[in-house]
Ligand binder design. Structure first.
Ligand code: BTN
Length: 251
């Protein structure tokens, strides 16, 4: 185990089935927060919506355990916080930081192609809070595995997974501290800087329906706001299918 900045303990494995599965087991057994697990390869990496996450050597497979004091209904905000930490870490090493954008709820795109994803999983505590929250990061540092439904890319500069993990956990610690002092509002504002441009066309899948609209920011709770032909829609959980032009926003 390595002690790194922000009070994180990092455990590195050559191979695991899934870093998130391993960390969830430890969380259930009472492991204190700020433990992170990195594997150089995963045999059964998991993505969102039950998809598999291809995990060849060279990319980042990292899961981080936190136990924030907040109501369980705020769990989704942590995926956005994690995305913010991720894009900031990626911008530190990418020679073209402006090519990186966040896609709601928590994908990282480079020139519109997916280069990282986050799986945020949590458990409800008896008091309505969060018993644990495990943030699983998959980042294409060296290899961009193909996906059936979207283009993929690597970050603009490769870095060893261990080094990128330390960088990412540092940004996660920063935003965790901001959240503890000021709540979600500054995280939402910072996310919006790196997210879609206002007015950008977006198709979102929401249950069985697809909603076509334009980006109108995030709601106070991190929901996706879309302006549609029938007025403004608030999408609390779902998946963005297409994003339009990636112009505008922070550089
Ligand atoms: C997505 O579908 O975009 C999320 C992918 C998350 C993959 C990461 S890799 C580390 C952690 N362990 C897993 O099994 N999944 C997450």
């Amino acid at each position: 185990m390595t002690q790194i900045g922000g009070g994180w303990r990092l455990v590195i494995h050559d191979e695991l089935a899934s870093t998130s599965d391993q960390l969830i087991r430890l969380a259930e057994a009472g492991e204190p927060e700020r433990l992170a697990i990195l594997a150089r390869r995963q045999g059964a990496g998991r993505g969102r919506s039950g998809r598999a996450w291809q995990s060849p050597q060279g990319n980042l497979y990292l899961s981080a355990l936190i136990r924030p004091s907040c109501p369980a209904r705020e769990a989704a905000q942590w995926g956005l916080l994690a995305g913010l930490a991720l894009i900031e870490a990626a911008r530190e090493i990418d020679p073209e930081p402006a090519a990186l954008r966040l896609k709601w709820p928590n994908d990282l795109l480079r020139n519109g192609a997916k280069c990282a994803g986050i799986l945020a999983e949590s458990m409800l505590a008896p008091d309505g809070g969060l018993a644990w929250l495990v943030l699983g990061f998959g980042v294409n540092l060296a290899v961009a595995p193909t996906l059936p439904d979207r283009p993929t890319a690597c970050l603009g500069r490769a870095e060893p997974p261990e080094a990128f993990a330390a960088r990412l956990l540092g940004r996660l610690d920063y935003w965790y501290t901001v959240w503890a002092a000021e709540g979600f509002r500054p995280i939402r504002a910072a996310w919006e800087e790196f997210g879609p441009s206002p007015g950008q066309p977006i198709d979102a899948r929401f249950g069985a329906a697809t909603i076509v609209g334009t980006f109108a920011g995030l709601g106070p709770d991190g929901s996706l706001l879309l302006d549609t032909g029938e007025g403004r829609r608030t999408i609390a959980a779902g998946e963005v299918l297409e994003t339009g032009s990636l112009s505008g926003g922070a550089s």
